[in-house]
Design a protein around this ligand. Structure first.
Ligand code: NAD
Ligand code: WQD
Length: 344
């Protein structure tokens, strides 16, 4: 019998790609999403890709009774992948309480409901933002957690602690914290991808919208950093590679392969790319010329960070192996799809 998994935030960017990979691997998926940052038709697109329609419940993770009812309606849920969260760094500075409420209470509700419904494990979407500017690169999971730069980043740190404390208190659950680096790109079918709300704050959606002519110019935030070309360095990981890491992590929990009841993995490529290198790679991969200018630094930006993913590579047997060119082509194909559909 197929094992049943609850995916919160499953119509969102990373969630939708993960639902496809879970289904491809034989899991049965129940999605919960309040559609605050995604569209209901993502469920149709997941079905088009995988041939299987996931169950979908429009429920807010803040609604304890609503979530309780979801577990009752779909008995036997074995694991949860918890993506549902608010994620805009700048907005979190303006609306800290909204961020703390949404991101913390959603998780607390799940952790309270898991034992009641016999759910064994949870995978939590954490972030490389917990490392701040690491002292050593590439950064390993053993690196110290730095004071968060934003309420959003702080919710990731606090949520990691909430999970650790809950397990330490004797709760029967198991957890894996995945610290994502910078997820980019879209499914090769271009049926699902990232749907930025308003003017994008992140590099890739701004870049592809500029290439499309929706934005006039991409601003490169700073070329005076202490990096080879002066622009910031990140570890850009293909969203489908990232999605696959969740399936392997879920297998690991459900097959009792964990070394500790709470484990943490860096999910990145191990390759740092500068903003200027990324622009060059996009132009080379797509043949599309990009209009950009160098401007001043963006407040709060980390100079450089990239993952040491060797623990995930060795322990999970997982590796991000999609080239940056293929990844950027998928991002461009998604932007073209949004135009064709009249969405953007
Ligand atoms: P996303 O906004 O596309 O997806 C999140 C989904 O959760 C959305 O569909 C939204 O409608 C839903 N949601 C939000 N609050 C909810 C609630 N209270 N109840 C039910 N549904 C709710 O974001 P994403 O990029 O797919 O990110 C997924 C997770 O990964 C988030 O936890 C995010 O913080 C984390 N993360 C993202 C990145 C990134 O760069 N995209 C990096 C590191 C970590
Ligand atoms: C990447 C690089 C910018 C836009 C954020 C969150 C982080 C994580 C991922 C969830 C940086 C530069 C960007 C632009 C630019 N999310 N840039 N022009 O800042 O690494 O991380 O998203 O956990 O928490 O902080 O990602 O895509 O915004 O920026 O030059 O218009 O691109 O300076 O060097 P970031 P990003």
């Amino acid at each position: 019998m197929k094992q049943r998994i609850l995916v919160t935030g499953g119509t969102g960017y990373i969630g939708s790609h993960t639902v496809v990979e879970l289904q491809n691997s034989g899991y049965e998926v129940v999605i919960v999403d309040n559609l605050s940052n995604s569209r209901a038709d993502v469920v149709d697109h997941i079905e088009q890709i995988s041939g299987i329609r996931p169950a979908f419940e429009k429920v807010d993770c803040l609604d304890f009774e609503g979530m309780d009812a979801v577990f009752a309606k779909y008995p036997g849920i074995k694991g949860i992948i918890h993506f549902a969260a608010s994620k805009a760094v700048g907005e979190s500075v303006q609306k800290p309480l909204m961020y703390y409420r949404n991101n913390l209470v959603s998780l607390i509700n799940l952790l309270e409901l898991m034992p009641k419904h016999g759910v064994e494990g949870i995978i939590f979407s954490s972030s490389c933002t917990v490392y701040g500017q690491p002292d050593h690169l590439p950064v390993t999971e053993a690196a110290p957690i730095k004071k968060a730069e934003s309420p959003y980043g702080n919710t990731k740190q606090i949520n990691e602690e909430i999970i650790r404390d809950t397990v330490a208190s004797g709760s029967p659950i198991h957890a894996i914290l995945l610290r994502y680096f910078n997820p980019i790109g879209a499914h090769p079918t271009a049926l699902i991808g990232e749907l930025p709300n308003g003017v994008p704050q992140n590099l890739i959606p701004y870049l592809t919208q500029t290439a499309m002519g929706i934005r006039e110019k991409l601003s490169v935030f700073g070329d005076d950093y202490n990096t080879p070309d002066g622009s910031c360095i990140r570890d850009y990981i293909y969203v489908v590679d990232l999605a696959k890491a969740h399936v392997i992590a879920m297998d690991r929990i459900l097959n009792g392969k964990q070394k500790d009841k709470v484990e943490v993995f860096n999910i990145g490529t191990g390759r740092g790319l500068s903003v200027l290198e990324l622009i060059n790679a996009f132009e080379a991969a797509t043949g599309v010329k990009l209009n950009y200018q160098i401007v001043g630094r963006r407040a709060g930006d980390i100079e450089q960070v990239w993952a040491d993913p060797s623990y995930a590579n060795n322990e999970l047997g997982w590796k991000a192996d999609t080239s940056i060119e293929e990844t950027l082509r998928s991002a461009w194909k998604w932007q073209l799809h949004l135009r064709e559909e009249g969405i953007m």
